[in-house]
Structures are given as C-alpha cells and as structure tokens.
Write a protein that binds this ligand. Structure first.
Ligand SMILES: Cc1cc2nc3c(=O)[nH]c(=O)nc-3n(C[C@H](O)[C@H](O)[C@H](O)COP(=O)(O)OP(=O)(O)OC[C@H]3O[C@@H](n4cnc5c(N)ncnc54)[C@H](O)[C@@H]3O)c2cc1C
Ligand SMILES: *[C@@H]1O[C@H](CO)[C@@H](O)[C@H](O)[C@H]1NC(C)=O
Ligand SMILES: *[C@@H]1O[C@H](CO)[C@@H](O)[C@H](O)[C@H]1NC(C)=O
Ligand SMILES: *[C@@H]1O[C@H](CO)[C@@H](O)[C@H](O)[C@H]1NC(C)=O
Ligand SMILES: *[C@@H]1O[C@H](CO)[C@@H](O)[C@H](O)[C@H]1NC(C)=O
Ligand SMILES: *[C@@H]1O[C@H](CO)[C@@H](O)[C@H](O)[C@H]1NC(C)=O
Ligand SMILES: *[C@@H]1O[C@H](CO)[C@@H](O)[C@H](O)[C@H]1NC(C)=O
Ligand SMILES: *[C@@H]1O[C@H](CO)[C@@H](O)[C@H](O)[C@H]1NC(C)=O
Ligand SMILES: *[C@@H]1O[C@H](CO)[C@@H](O)[C@H](O)[C@H]1NC(C)=O
Ligand SMILES: *[C@@H]1O[C@H](CO)[C@@H](O)[C@H](O)[C@H]1NC(C)=O
Ligand SMILES: CC(=O)N[C@H]1CO[C@H](CO)[C@@H](O)[C@@H]1O
Length: 565
C-alpha cells in the first residue's frame, strides 16, 4: 500500500494525472483485451524464467534453434530482435535470455540457467490502426509508462526495445499501394504528381521490392530483405546502393501518416505539418510519433551494370587492393558507382555505364583480383529485382548476435589530398592489425541534386562518399570485463576515424552507439530545430530512446549500458 501511494505521489510530482483508466488492465480493456505480456524470444528453451520454474517447450525451442540466426522468424515476432544488445541488460551478463549463437543447440546456454527479461519491454500491443496508438499515448500520458516502437527489430542502438516499456508492434501493418500519379494531400491541383509507393509501417524491403517489380518501377531501399521501409531506416536517413545517383530514403519520401504523442493522427508532407515532415526526414525513429504509413517516390525500371569482384584475401594482398580503391574513389563516384567494398571484395552498381565502360572504369581492380587468384563478373540488369534476388537475398548476414557498428561518414574531400588518402590507408592498416577487414558502404549521395535544407539528417551526408568504420561484437556469454574492453576498443577506433574526418558526421543507424559527440555527429546544425519540434509534438517526452533527439547524457545511468561506459 505504502509503495503504491508513494508511486502515485511520484507520478503526480512528475506531472502525470492519477485519473482512472490508468492501469494496464484499463488499457487492456480499451484495446479489446489485445495487450500481451512480452516474454523473451528464446524462453521456450529454458526451464526457468526470472528464477521461477517453467515448462520447457521442446517443439517451440527446436524452431527457435533452427532459425536462431535467420532474420525472418525474429522480424515476424513481437519479441524478435536481430541484435542481442536489444534483448540483454548489457551491464549484467546474467540478465539475458540467449542461446549460444555459434551453436544454438549448446545446452550450456539454457540448461541450469534462468532466462531473464534483460532490456526487453514488459508488454506489447500489435498495432492495428491509428486508434491503438492514440489510446497508447493517452495511457502513457496518464500512467507514465514509457512506450517504444518495434517494427523489424534491426536497430543496433537498442532504440526499439527497453526495460519496463510498452512496445507498439507495427510489423503487421502490411498495406501496399502503387500510384502512377500521387499528389501529397493538401497540394494544389497544378502541383507535380509522382509515381509513388505507399506502404504500411510494417512492410519490409523484400515486400516493397516485389511490389515495385510488379509495377515495373524501382523503389530505393536497403541491402537487406527484412529492414522496414517506414521506420528507423527512412526516419534516420536510409541508404541504398543506388543513393549515389538517386538520393537517400529521406530525399525520396513524399508523405507520412503519423500519430504524434499529443494523440493526434496527422498527415505530414510538404504542405501539411511541414515542420513534422522535415523532422521525420532524418530526425530519427521513435521520437516524433508513430508512423502508420509512408509514401516514397519511385523511379522507372532502371538499367544498370553490376560488378562483382573478389579474391582470396590474406595479410599481404588486401592493403594494396585498398590503395587502388582509394585512388579511384572520386572518379568512380562521378561515374555513378555505389555498392559495398571490403578488403577483398567489391560489389558495385552504376546506372550510367555500359558493360564496356564499366570494364574500363574498374580495369585496375579487375586485374588485381585476377592476379591474386580471384574473379570479376560485370553484368547488366534491366531492373532492380533480379539484382536483389541474386546479390542482396544471398548475402543476408547472420543475426542473433551482439554486434555494434562504428561507422563514420567519409567526405569526398579526404580523397582529394595525398595526406587524406594516406590517413585512410593508415586506418585500414590499423583495422587489419586488429584482425578486421574494412567494410565500406559506398552510398554517399554524391550525384543527387539535393534541395538545401529539405531534410534533417546530418548535413555531413551531403559531402559524404563512403561510410567507413570499425565495429565490435561479443559472444553470448561474454563477461563484463570483456564487454567493457570491447566498448573501449570501439571508442578508440571511433576517435581515430573522427580524427581524420574532422567536421564530418555519422549515420546514427550504423554509427558507434557510444559516440560522445552524438548531437553534432548525427544532426549537426539541425539539432536545435529538431529539439523544438520534439517539444512541440511530445512535450512530456512520452517517446524516448537511446541518443534520440531530446535524450540527455545523464540517461546513460538508467540504461542497459550503464556499467559499461
Ligand atoms: C542486417 C542489417 C542490414 C541493414 N542494412 C541497411 C541498409 O542497407 N541501409 C541502411 O540505411 N540501413 C541498414 N541497416 C540499418 C537500419 O536502417 C536500422 O537498423 C533501422 O533502425 C531499422 O529500422 P526498422 O524500423 O526496420 O527497425 P526497428 O529496430 O524495429 O526500429 C528502429 C527504430 O525506428 C523506430 N521506428 C520503427 N518503426 C517506427 C514507426 N512506425 N514510427 C516511428 N518510429 C519507428 C523505432 O522506435 C526505433 O527507434 C541495416 C541493419 C541491419 C541489422
Ligand atoms: C488482456 O486481456 C485479455 C482478455 O481478458 C487477457 O487474455 C490478457 O491476458 C490481458 N493482457 C494482460 C497483459 O494482462
Ligand atoms: C545442470 O545441473 C545438474 C545438477 O547440478 C548437472 O548434473 C548437469 O551436468 C548440469 N548441466 C549442464 C549442461 O550444466
Ligand atoms: C496528458 O495529460 C494532461 C494532464 O496531465 C492532459 O492535459 C493532456 O491532454 C493529456 N494528453 C494526452 C495526449 O492524453
Ligand atoms: C518497364 O519499364 C521500362 C522503362 O521504363 C520499359 O522500357 C519497359 O518496356 C517496361 N516493361 C514492361 C513489361 O512494361
Ligand atoms: C595511389 O596514389 C598514391 C599517391 O597518392 C601513390 O603513391 C600510389 O602508388 C597509388 N597507388 C596505386 C595502386 O596506384
Ligand atoms: C597472398 O596471396 C598472394 C596471391 O595469391 C600470394 O602471392 C601471397 O604470397 C599471399 N601472401 C600470404 C602472406 O599468404
Ligand atoms: C542534377 O542536375 C543537373 C543540372 O540540372 C543535371 O544535369 C543532372 O543530370 C542531375 N543529376 C541527377 C543525378 O539527376
Ligand atoms: C562461453 O561459451 C563457449 C561456447 O560457446 C564456451 O566454450 C566458453 O567456455 C564459455 N565462456 C565462458 C566464460 O563461460
Ligand atoms: C584504447 O586507447 C587507450 C588510450 O590510447 C589505451 O590505453 C587502451 O588500451 C585502448 N583500449 C583498447 C581496448 O583498445
Ligand atoms: C517460424 C519460422 O520462421 N520457421 C522457419 C525455421 O526455419 C525453417 C528452415 O529454414 C523454415 O522452414 C521455417 O519456416
């Protein structure tokens, strides 16, 4: 009783009303009994949950073990996240519910071990319409229960989970529509119309690419089947290997339908709520509202060349390959190339070159790969979908692991001076000495005709040609000291890459989550305006996530990472 009434006093002090309809049971009734407890993804494999005995579910466990590293089962589950850091309480190796990702059958993980909730939400609601979201904001407003939004569960920064939160699960909002003459609502009759695809908030790229193919058009999207179109991808920037020519996700989105935390269902586009539209174009997911639908400008079917170059890499032949890459980067940028490069692979596409021109353009790397026992394929595609099937689907990375990216946006200017090129080569040498290989998304929108000020993503994107960095990962059973050491190492590597790219920024979706100057790196001069828009639509901070607009560094203390940084 005492605890309960002091809770009420606290809530009142915090400005929350203590009206009726503020319990989880009341909320559950409001949404027709659809509120669910959220239990960990791997719980069926355990015989103990939060220290209490539970019945192991052998059949359900077998399915989880079989699909442990596959994104599809996770993305379709309210409790499924790609990266273990979203699930675990990272500061306490005992507060998690994980299998051994190197061998999900390993009994060491689940026998004699209790499954704990970690950083997972306590409850979830499958969002079916805007009404659910409006009710959830009302409930959050009066109860103080924090909300998170979980779409595909790909976030590397724990922004779609959170201890004790109520998760709004959007994956089943699967509407899709193609329009040959889309006009943003509120625009004049004479305003331009666009070929566009409108998707519900749960639609992922696999589904959107298939719809686009059906209508013989191209939607830009990620190098992943299961990343969502409308959530963290587009709201944080959204890159594609076609971005060098056609821009980022934020450049192509035409309209959002969104419930803001003040409980209003709004249309945000150039003509209606333009401040909110601007904020949603790069200011971050989980911050300004719950998007229910987004509309994206599409291109006709695009003809392009694709180059697939690779060789068996070893300690002596990768740096010379990178030297050729570095020396050609500006030229390749002008030729429309985008893709991914590692120490011994290059898979790039360009819509501007013929096969013959592509072979000339890449002659030096093709020759190098062949001389090192490798191969080169240059082929033409007449649309995105067959490329997607051949290259993207087959390169799906294993998930169900703890992995932190640590990328930085690398501006074109670096490649213009011998000093800049040497700095990048030295960075590669350092990475190699750590036993890592470089990973370079070539996705900077170098040829895109950007309208100054139209998006709120880091201005550094507009100078960027590459994303580059060095990440970190730890095993399912890593000890606290190991975790600390990994984070220290990613911090060190971030300092190095920041040192050679002063004034640039980072793509928060794939940046070091522990970036110290995150405000500057992720939003630069756009930050203050983003904060004022945040305060306008979410004055009580009902939506809050790790290093999202409005977040305070002091909140580290309440986070899963508290003991690690
Ligand atoms: C395997 C893998 C491949 C990737 N490939 C690419 C790539 O090619 N290009 C690229 O740019 N990025 C890529 N990413 C990064 C990806 O864009 C981010 O992880 C992004 O946050 C995923 O957004 P989501 O909505 O799918 O995921 P979630 O984890 O479900 O959500 C991420 C964030 O978006 C918010 N959010 C989700 N839905 C909504 C909504 N409806 N309204 C408001 N906020 C919402 C959440 O609150 C959270 O903050 C990749 C990530 C992984 C793990
Ligand atoms: C919500 O109500 C339904 C129907 O009464 C019930 O089955 C369900 O367990 C409730 N959810 C929670 C989290 O209590
Ligand atoms: C679990 O505990 C029992 C009893 O202490 C022991 O016999 C068994 O070997 C343990 N199993 C594992 C996988 O640790
Ligand atoms: C939140 O609660 C306040 C009272 O504390 C009320 O004035 C406001 O309208 C509520 N907002 C929503 C979205 O329910
Ligand atoms: C698809 O679009 C391309 C480019 O606009 C066009 O050349 C082609 O004929 C179209 N194909 C079909 C089947 O409509
Ligand atoms: C790349 O350019 C540097 C000068 O900046 C030169 O020293 C080096 O030999 C070049 N590398 C290749 C492979 O052409
Ligand atoms: C790396 O591979 C190249 C080409 O196959 C070979 O010449 C070289 O000796 C190898 N280096 C090492 C250290 O294995
Ligand atoms: C950008 O604009 C210029 C000048 O209008 C034009 O020549 C060029 O083709 C445009 N680039 C792209 C990628 O659309
Ligand atoms: C972690 O698990 C691996 C098996 O994946 C095991 O070999 C190792 O001993 C475990 N380490 C610790 C610290 O328990
Ligand atoms: C990080 O850098 C500091 C200072 O240079 C160094 O003392 C430390 O060993 C480094 N830690 C790791 C894990 O690389
Ligand atoms: C639920 C789920 O996604 N199950 C899949 C697990 O993996 C097997 C084999 O790949 C699939 O057949 C199941 O559909």
């Amino acid at each position: 009783m005492l605890a309960k009434s002091s809770g009420l006093v606290l809530l009142t002090l915090l400005g929350f009303s203590t009206a009726k309809d503020c319990t989880l049971n009341d909320f559950n009734a409001t949404v027709g009994g659809r509120l669910q407890n959220l239990t960990p993804f791997s719980l069926p494999c355990f015989s103990s949950y939060n220290g209490n005995p539970v019945a192991r579910d052998n059949a359900a466990c077998a399915a989880i073990q079989e699909n442990y590293s596959d994104p599809w089962m996770r993305t379709n589950s309210p409790n499924g996240y790609m990266n273990n850091q979203d699930e675990m309480w990272a500061s306490d190796p005992n507060d998690q519910c994980l299998l051994d990702s190197s061998n999900p059958m390993d009994p060491l993980a689940f026998v004699n071990t209790t499954c704990r909730q970690g950083n997972l939400p306590s409850h979830y609601l499958e969002v079916q319409s805007e009404k659910d979201v409006i009710e959830a904001f009302k409930f959050s407003n009066c109860s103080g229960k924090k909300l998170v939004i979980k779409n595909s569960g790909h976030d590397y920064l724990t922004r779609s989970s959170g201890r004790d939160t109520l998760s709004l699960w959007t994956r089943n909002l699967r509407s899709m529509h193609y329009s040959a003459d889309f006009a943003p609502s509120g625009s004049k009759n004479t305003a331009p119309r666009y070929k566009a695809i409108t998707v519900g908030a749960g639609v992922n790229f696999d589904e959107a690419y298939e719809l686009a193919q059906k209508h013989n058009v191209t939607i830009l999207g990620g190098y992943s089947s299961t990343v969502g179109v409308s959530g963290g991808w587009v709201q944080n920037g959204g890159h594609s290997i076609l971005s060098p020519v056609y821009g980022l996700g934020v450049d192509r989105v035409l309209e959002f339908k969104v419930v803001t935390p003040d409980g209003v269902y709004r249309t945000a586009n150039e003509f209606q709520n333009p401040d909110l539209f601007w904020a949603l174009r790069g200011g971050g997911g989980g911050t300004f509202g719950v998007v229910l639908e987004s509309t994206h400008r599409v291109e006709p079917a695009i003809r392009f060349v694709a180059a697939n170059i690779k060789f068996p890499g070893n300690s002596t032949n990768m740096l010379p390959f990178m030297d050729i890459v570095v020396n050609n980067t500006l030229k390749w940028g002008q030729e429309g190339w985008g893709g991914h490069i590692t120490g011994n692979t290059l898979v790039n596409v360009s819509p501007f070159l013929s096969i013959k021109q592509a072979k000339n353009s890449l002659a030096s790397v093709i020759a190098y790969a062949k001389a090192n026992g490798g191969s080169a394929t240059i082929e033409e595609f007449t649309s995105w979908y067959p490329f997607y099937e051949k290259y993207v689907k087959t390169s799906s990375v294993a998930v169900g692991v703890t992995r932190f990216p640590g990328s930085r946006l690398i501006p074109r200017s670096i490649f213009k001076t011998a000093k800049g090129r040497k700095n990048i080569m030295d960075y590669f040498a350092t990475i190699q000495s750590l036993g890592q290989t470089p990973y370079i998304p070539v996705v900077g929108p170098v040829l895109y005709n950007y309208t100054e000020g139209s998006t709120s993503a880091s201005p550094a994107w507009r100078e960027a040609i590459w994303e580059l960095g060095s990440g970190a990962s730890w095993t399912w059973n890593a000890t606290l000291p190991t975790r600390k050491q990994k984070i220290q190492s990613i911090q060190n590597m971030t300092a190095v890459i920041e040192g050679i790219t002063p004034g640039s920024g980072a793509y928060s979706n794939e940046a070091n989550p522990f970036t110290t100057n995150w405000v500057e790196a992720w939003w630069g001069d756009n930050y203050e305006k983003l904060v004022s828009i945040k305060n306008k639509y979410d004055p009580k901070g009902l939506l809050s996530c790790w290093k999202c607009v409005g977040w305070k560094d002091s909140q580290v203390a309440d986070s899963s990472f508290a003991a690690l940084v």
